[in-house]
Design a protein around this ligand. Structure first.
Ligand code: FES
Length: 146
């Protein structure tokens, strides 16, 4: 009887352990579209920083985090939203209003308003958020690699 109970307990525990290991954890995902702010403050040909809060699910954790995006309204009224990290080593870059470009002070990468690399060690253009405007509000989605 002792060996039968021991075997049953072992079978149940190994079954639960196998289920835990083989069931995929919830992937990293965001909470979908996030309202980032009032789109009416955007001026054509200028960049505006939007700071907003989003929810991210990572495994079993739900994380609320503050992040930002640089949003540019192009001449054809198209809006693009750039992720806040430089594509070299991830430093925060800033907008240079007089030059109408972005400068990363870490290793002096420069980016055009559409995020393309103008100079410096950055290997690729700035990443972009999915973005749309609804009822005058800017909505941001997932970040897509450039
Ligand atoms: S992190 Fe931006 S240039 Fe190096």
């Amino acid at each position: 009887m002792i060996h039968v109970f021991g075997g049953l307990i072992g079978l149940v525990l190994s079954g639960l352990g196998g289920l835990y290991l083989l069931t995929p954890a919830k992937g990293k995902k965001s909470g979908g579209w996030v309202e980032a702010g009032d789109a009416s403050k955007l001026k054509t040909g200028e960049a505006e920083e939007f700071v907003f809060e989003r929810t991210r699910v990572d495994g079993w954790r739900v994380i609320k985090e503050k992040t930002s995006a640089w949003v540019v309204k192009k001449a054809d009224n198209e809006v693009i939203a750039l992720a806040p990290g430089c594509t070299h080593l991830g430093c925060a870059y800033r907008y240079e209003a007089d030059k109408k470009n972005f400068l990363c002070p870490c290793h002096v990468s420069e980016f055009a308003l559409d995020g393309t690399v103008l100079s410096g060690p950055a290997p690729r253009p700035l990443d972009r958020f999915d973005c749309k405007i609804e009822n005058g509000r800017l909505l941001l989605g997932e970040v897509k690699k450039a």
